[in-house]
Design a binder for this molecule. Structure first.
Ligand code: C5P
Length: 311
């Protein structure tokens, strides 16, 4: 047998975090979700998911940010593997190992990212050869953000976020991510948004021309001005210190700042590497945040990497 025909016993997939450059929230639908118009942007903080053949289903979480991640059947990655096994008619248990570097419950879709990575890894390990469309459909059932984590890059999301369309986006952007103590629950933030808007007419959201133009031109300053998140007021209402963090980052020279998704991570756009380092140092020294990370975007979506990691 040549090495090319030896079946792999494991597959490792790398997957990025996301931020939303624009998150416009429409009315609450009958199914409880809100209609969205969003611009997703994948950034270079990565989780790695390794799936290996095993005697029984199992899941383990390691890496620098493993704390607080559930390891039972409620973990979205475990559900992703089970759903794919069902869809592909597979009866081969796998052990899932997640190497976690994306902040947990931070509004950066870490759980959705692991689910997307698990779909790609299991599809490879089991040799199912699912099409991108088939994986996207399974991904959409798992969560609104999961299809985007398969795709990566910069993309428009509509419906409840799961329907993707390409955007013309030029340039590489530099981000400083301010990570707060504790997480925010996504349903709680949407509920707070509804509460704050009670009595107001909420219309169907449409992408803003200013955002589209900034991305088309690769114009970081214009992008900084165009960053918008309709959930931001709700996140700040539940965690008032986010307002102080936003203010501090803008005072320290960021081109723009935004709560990422439902928060509490705050994403600051800066001019380049040096500005990112300066802002990271200032935010750390200010003592307002637990952790500061630097990242660039866009980043590739869930993709197979050579061999499993051993650490
Ligand atoms: O789709 P996902 O599982 O990520 O959604 C988590 C929760 O966020 C939903 O149960 C819902 O409360 C809220 N949500 C929403 N509208 C969306 C996406 C999420 O209300 N478009």
């Amino acid at each position: 047998m040549t090495s090319a025909t030896v079946p792999s016993t494991s597959a490792t997939v790398r997957v990025p975090a996301k931020i939303n450059l624009e998150l416009l929230v429409g009315p609450r639908r009958e199914d409880g979700f809100h209609s969205l118009s969003t611009v997703y942007h994948a950034v270079s903080l990565f989780d790695e998911v390794t799936v290996s053949y095993a005697d029984e289903w199992g899941l383990e979480v390691g890496g620098p940010r493993a704390e607080g991640v559930p390891t039972d059947g409620t973990n979205l990655a475990a559900r992703a593997a089970q759903r794919l096994a069902q869809a592909g008619g597979v009866d081969e248990p796998v052990h899932i190992r997640i190497r976690k570097d994306i902040p947990v419950a931070g509004g950066m879709a870490g759980g959705s990212a692991d689910a997307a990575a698990t779909l790609v890894a299991c599809d490879h390990l089991w040799g199912l050869g699912m099409t991108r469309e088939e994986l996207e459909e399974l991904a959409a059932d798992l969560g609104s953000d999961v299809p985007f984590l398969l795709a990566g890059g910069t993309a428009m999301g509509s419906s409840r976020g799961e329907v993707l369309a390409p955007v013309l986006a030029r340039g590489t952007y530099h981000w400083v991510l301010a990570i707060s103590e504790g997480g925010l629950s996504t349903p709680a933030v949407y509920a707070e948004c509804d509460r704050l808007r009670r009595g107001r007419t909420v219309t169907e959201p449409r992408p803003s021309p200013a955002m589209m133009q900034a991305l088309r031109n690769g114009d970081a300053r214009a992008l900084g001005r165009a960053l918008t998140n309709d959930l931001q007021r709700a996140s700040i209402s539940l965690m008032p210190e986010l307002g102080d963090i936003l203010e501090a980052g803008l005072e320290f020279g960021a081109l723009g700042g935004i709560v990422s998704g439902s928060g509490p991570t705050v994403a600051f756009l800066v001019e380049g590497n040096e500005a990112a380092l300066d802002l990271a140092v200032s935010l750390t020294a200010s003592g307002t945040v637990r952790d500061v990370r630097r990242a660039t975007g866009p980043a590739h979506g869930a993709h197979l990497v050579a061999g499993p990691r051993l650490d």
